[in-house]
Design a binder for this molecule. Structure first.
Ligand code: AMP
Ligand code: MG
Length: 425
């Protein structure tokens, strides 16, 4: 792996978001292996095989209503029908329907040979084994209230591809085809910890100069949303030995370590110093806000003989979430065999003027909505400090003011990054 082309120490210019994303994705060469998982344990994981339908769905031509099945062309010819039997869901009528015959049928039950139309219960009157229909001046068309065999899925149809994330719809679809297990990519083993003497675990009293640890929980939530197997290693003090030994230990049985805090320029630099001894890590100046600083690299070899990747997120809670979302999340998806979503942006009209610095992309937290004219518009959540976590909580997207723009007047189009496409939670 070579990270040197983006070396902060080389005094290279700042990396744009796209350069940083590409550099991260290029390091993702060790995709987690495919494993069989039961459907119950596959949610959120990425498919490692093509899924072809082994059966057609629905299996049989069947009724969409409770009613009477008959030959549709007879509806304009006859006045009454002989009731020949019934077809219930799970128990069909196994004879061929003869001229002038109908059967009682329930929703989902197979249509017998000779029938092609169902008249609903509400339009039928039964006298002994004779059935009459009150159809008004609009008799049902031939084929009414019938679902054709294979109308949803044909046998052999290719339905899902490798890289597809298995959500509730996909799990239901797989089950509807009879699959009880699928091949997915193994979840990535990720260790997380927070750093900083002031950072305090929730549940403990808050010291006078303390701040509660937000990052371990937001990061854990985002990792679990990506299906990762997370080890929470707690909070590390600003102490070189403690950080070095925790990183070394975690690198043995994890494929990725994520820390937050301790990587900023002028910081006490303990994470940085520890990383120098353990592997190859670069401290990037990203041309995004929030997002500076960000560290990325790898730490020696783990027990499986592969390198353990390392990403050092900024300490400020919004910056930690934004860098995770824009940089770490695409990397993890790739490592777990998933599709990328780097271009998942929408365009909305900004309701307010926006400002940024030339050569830097600012990501404001925003709320998009459809206005009464049916257009997508967006406004910011107010104060945008990178420690103001309520700005993330209120938002449903990030608004990007791109590198080449310093001002965007109200009413102009802007790119937005909807959280539902970018933030796995
Ligand atoms: P650092 O990058 O360590 O200089 O931290 C930047 C800012 O983020 C400081 O104000 C820290 O107190 C704060 N911070 C660092 N880690 C966390 C955390 N886990 N939760 C909340 N705030 C944090
Ligand atoms: Mg710190």
């Amino acid at each position: 792996m070579s990270l040197s082309c983006f070396d902060f120490a080389d005094q290279k210019p700042q990396l744009t978001l796209e350069e940083a994303q590409q550099a991260l994705l290029e390091t993702a060469t060790q995709i987690t292996p495919a494993i069989k998982r039961s459907l119950q344990e596959a949610q959120g994981l990425f498919l490692a095989e093509n899924i072809q339908a082994p059966i057609q769905v629905p299996q049989n031509t069947n009724s969409a209503m409770d009613g009477y099945a008959l030959k549709g062309s007879e509806l304009t010819q006859l006045k009454s029908w002989h009731l020949a039997g019934e077809s219930l869901a799970g128990r069909g009528f196994n004879q061929t329907l003869q001229a002038g015959e109908c059967i009682y049928i329930t929703t989902g039950a197979p249509l017998p040979e000779g029938a092609d139309t169902v008249v609903m219960m509400e339009q039928a009157r039964r006298e002994g084994d004779q059935v009459f229909f009150e159809l008004g001046d609009k008799p049902p068309k031939i084929g009414s209230n019938v679902r054709q065999a294979g109308e949803d899925i044909q046998e052999g149809q290719l339905l899902l591809h490798p890289g597809q994330c298995l959500g509730s719809t996909e799990l239901g679809l797989l089950a509807s085809l009879g699959f009880s297990e699928v091949e997915v990519h193994q979840p990535l083993r990720v260790a997380i910890f927070s750093t900083g003497d002031e950072v305090t675990a929730p549940g403990l009293p808050l010291p006078a100069a303390g701040i509660y640890d937000a990052n371990r929980f937001s990061v854990q939530g985002m990792l679990q949303g990506l299906g990762c197997q997370v080890t929470d290693l707690g909070i590390l003090p600003d102490d070189l030995n403690a950080i070095t030994s925790a990183l070394r230990k975690a690198s043995r049985d994890h494929q990725l370590i994520l820390t937050s805090g301790g990587v900023s320029v002028g910081d006490a630099d303990f994470v940085k110093q520890a990383l120098v001894d353990l592997g190859e890590t670069r401290f990037w100046r990203l041309a995004i806000r929030p997002g500076r600083p960000f560290a990325f690299g790898h730490l020696g070899q783990n027990q499986q003989g592969s390198t353990c990747l390392f990403a050092g997120l900024p300490g400020n809670p919004v910056a930690a979430m934004v860098t995770f979302m824009l940089l770490v999340q695409p990397l993890i998806k790739k490592l777990q065999g998933g599709y990328q979503n780097l271009t998942a942006t929408w365009t909305a009209q900004t309701e307010e003027p926006l400002k940024s610095r030339l050569g830097r992309s600012d990501f404001h937290r925003g709320i998009y909505q459809v206005n009464p004219e049916g257009q997508l518009e967006v406004h910011t959540t107010g104060a945008q400090g990178s420690g103001i976590l309520t700005s993330m909580h209120q938002a449903n997207c990030l608004i990007r003011i791109p590198d080449h723009q310093t001002e965007i007047p109200a009413g102009d189009p802007v790119s937005i990054y909807p959280f539902h496409l970018w933030l796995a939670e």
